[in-house]
Ligand binder design. Structure first.
Ligand code: COA
Length: 399
């Protein structure tokens, strides 16, 4: 009997999903706490002492989650030295897509020229990146794919309520991406814990036009019950870290680095206390970026790599939490390749550039072709008559 294509490796050697590329992109515009104080009644001292945030990045009108995600993705492909047509799957974790559909992942797939990739967005708020890495890992481990691009990209500045001082001060914009590749070498993603508690759906939410009841909230703008979310976060971070390390077969003292979602420095301090782990083992960059939701973990990971804080065989733990309520943790043994050994193949770099250029030309050509076809269609005398009839019918319908 024929075997289902895509699962042929189920009978072969076990596959491991390794992080082989990474990249990040943040807008150039910096908004400090003092800038924030010009918009809402707040001050630098309050924001710093309650959250640890000093500044955040804000997207300009030409930037979106898709454009930032695309930039981060091209850097990740460069590090992994992967060609766009070799990507099998693109997952974008985001709560700030430009459209309900097409997905942000569809746009990034098109701009990259990743012609053989499936692409979709994943909505699990600030836990989205860990959820997405786990989905891609499962696809690699099952043998159905070899190479995945996972992006966390957000433009939170578009959905915060700029009149609500308790939420707008917390968030910022940015994107991070990783390339995951299958390998027979043991290691990579070791374990993951995904959890949800929908009973807390009303503690942190953004309503779309499909919402049944607005309950006094503003359509398309974030609502948050900060105190309750704080309590939830401090509870689940240490619980899920304990669970995921146990599942990976290691102890808390084996953890070399924790890359947590960057929501509030006090949440990280509380987790460090409960786990009895030194604060030095927690990556924190929220003083410079604030909370970038699904983008915060991959951005923090990129910076930790750049700072030489991640070495071969290190055990990393990522932990995300937020709207849903959703939370997720993941344990990774850093495997191939060693960051110092990475350098993109020059020929492949040129090929990637050519593919991106071709993708742009193709997108423009398709738009032009569609516009031209419309001109031809509506210059046909039969269609002109049809259009007149339709217009008349519409006018008669009007009161
Ligand atoms: N500047 C100055 N004062 C502010 C303020 C601001 N930006 N925001 C709120 N306040 C005021 C409140 O109005 C309140 O004043 P009152 O006592 O006169 O009523 C006071 O500060 C205390 O407010 P409170 O909400 O109790 O502050 P807090 O210590 O709980 O801190 C958060 C608020 C939002 C920083 C905190 O709850 C938090 O970080 N929660 C978690 C949020 C989070 O991480 N969300 C994302 C999860 S992914």
């Amino acid at each position: 009997m024929a075997q289902a294509k895509g699962y042929t490796r189920n009978n072969g050697p076990l596959r491991y999903a390794h992080i082989t590329g990474w990249g990040m992109a943040v807008p150039d515009t910096v908004m400090t706490n003092d800038d924030m104080a010009a918009i809402v009644e707040t001050n630098d001292e309050w924001i710093r002492t309650r959250t640890g945030i000093r500044e955040r990045r804000i997207a300009n009108e030409r930037e979106s989650s898709a454009t930032l995600g695309y930039k981060a993705a091209t850097s990740a492909l460069e590090v992994a030295d992967v060609l766009p047509m070799d990507i099998d799957l693109i997952i974008v974790a985001t709560s700030t897509a430009e459209h309900v559909f097409p997905s942000t992942a569809n746009l990034i797939q098109d701009w990259l020229g990743a012609s053989k990739a499936g692409a979709f967005d994943l909505a699990a708020a600030c836990a989205g990146f860990v959820y997405a890495v786990n989905m891609a890992t499962q696809a690699i481990r099952s043998g159905s794919i070899d190479t995945a691009l996972v992006v966390g990209a957000e433009t939170m500045s578009r959905i915060v309520d700029w009149t609500d001082r308790s939420t707008c001060i917390l968030f910022g914009d940015g994107a991070g991406a990783i390339v995951l590749q299958g390998s027979d070498q043991e290691g990579g993603v070791l374990s993951a814990v995904l959890r949800s508690d929908g009973a807390g759906h009303d503690l942190l939410s953004v309503a779309t036009p499909n919402v049944r009841e607005l309950n006094g909230h503003t359509l398309g703008k974030m609502y948050m019950h900060g105190g309750e979310v704080f309590k939830f976060a401090t509870r689940v971070v240490d619980e899920s870290i304990r669970q995921v390390t146990e599942d990976a077969g290691i102890t808390l003292s084996d953890i070399d680095l924790i890359i947590p979602h960057q929501a509030n420095y006090r949440i990280l301090q509380s987790a460090a206390r409960k786990l009895n782990i030194d604060m030095d083992k927690f990556v924190s960059n929220l003083d410079r970026y604030g909370n970038t939701s699904a983008a915060s973990i991959p951005i923090a990971m990129c910076e930790a790599i750049e700072q030489g804080r991640i070495r071969k065989d290190d055990h990393l733990v990522m932990v995300g939490f937020g709207g849903g309520l959703s939370w997720a943790a993941m344990c990774v043994r850093w495997g191939i390749p060693e960051p110092s050994q990475l350098q993109g193949n020059r020929l492949n770099r040129q090929r990637r550039r050519a593919v991106y250029l071709l993708a742009r030309v193709r997108a423009r050509w398709n738009r032009l072709r569609r516009a031209w076809n419309n001109v031809l269609r509506w210059s046909n005398p039969r269609n002109i008559r049809l259009m007149r009839l339709r217009r008349r019918a519409n006018q008669q319908k009007l009161p």
